[in-house]
Design a protein around this ligand. Sequence first.
Ligand code: HAM
Length: 428
Amino acid sequence: MDKKLRLQTLTGMRDILPQEQVYFKKVQKSVESITNYYDFKRIDTPILESAEVFSKGTGATTDIVQKEMYSFRTKGGDLVALRPEFTPGIARSYIENGMYNMPQPVKLWTLGPCFRYERPQAGRYRQLLQFDIEAIGDRSASIDGQIIQMSYDILKDLSFKNLNIEVNSIGDQECRSHFKKILTNYFKSRKSSLCSDCQRRLKENPLRILDCKEEKCQRIRSGAPQIIDHLCEACHAHFKQVLEFLDELELPYVLNPYLVRGLDYYTKTVFEIVEKSETGAIQGALVGGGRYDGLLKVLGGRDTPACGAAGGIDRIMNLMKLREVKPDKKDEKPMIFLAQLGQLAKRKSLKLFEEFRASKIPVAESFSKDSLRSQLNSANKMGVKWVLIFGQKEALENFITLRNMETGVQEEIKLDKVVEEMKAKVKS
Ligand code: HAM
């Protein structure tokens, strides 16, 4: 093909091909069943929001808003953005729809694409799929415990094994502003040794220097004061309670004093879940989240505490494929193939196929093929256990020939009994 004519996905974007859909479906199912169990209700917010939702919510000085947000002016002149994450949009919806009048906490979940103009690298996409859980309207530490438990449960349900939960508390506005001063003093005298991003962060948010991935910054941070030693009494007590919940739930957590998370709205608890191999985390955090008691007020709502988390479905799917996690049994290939020969049989096959669908029995077919041999070839390639052969004689006499592909044994079944009998066979 002419090179100039070959269109490709944009950098950092990808197709989820038919053969990958089983993994996506499995993640969706786990998220749905666990959120359902914990009584979280589904919400869907628009992909496109006013850019202000994120510049105010995620934070104007964050990398996400400063460097990664897809924002543009509409023809009407409004500044809008493709959501880089779910939390600010859900908080906006909570306020806009008066959800503070409902019993609190309001527990919500969602799933879908987000967009971040990131530097392309392993596990980083520009269109990324996230699942997201939010509990809005409760300041109790048990909610933090529940959000961490649910995030962990989802990954466990997807057969992840060596999971590590990293937790920290970054305090509230009060103790954090005090700690920021202490931290600024520490880094100021070492400013020239920091990377250029951290030199900027020193002015804007010195906490972010703590989670810089540059080696030279990590060397300097190892002597830095730790926020955990500077929490106010209330934040300290809250964090202690969160850890007690995690102990009670027997979750495998470690304290990471450098975990601050790259979004501005966090208060108190922050956490990330990574899968560790012998060589370390393969592609960064699978889930990240924490408490954000100040966000709703920043967005114009009442003073409302909240806590939540989001999981990176692309990373999760990549690892599932790598580990060869089996798709659900029900999602596997059908066990039955319906082959037909001749016009009358073809017509009747379409009806029979529809009856199988109504009875929720997966059946494969190849109606576009006329030759029985090529249909049997297709059935062989699919590895089905049974082939239903609907030939001219069968169509006229209203029966069907069933061939067991493993034994080669054939039997005849009356047409009006086929669905029922095959249902019993598939079940057994
Ligand atoms: P986040 O840490 O920015 O948090 O993203 C959550 C997860 O999304 C990450 O742990 C990662 O698995 C995945 N992720 C993020 N960026 C990318 C990317 N470029 N490519 C692939 N996967 C990615 C949030 O988004 C918060 N809204 C979480 C939250 C909810 N906090 C409270 N409530």
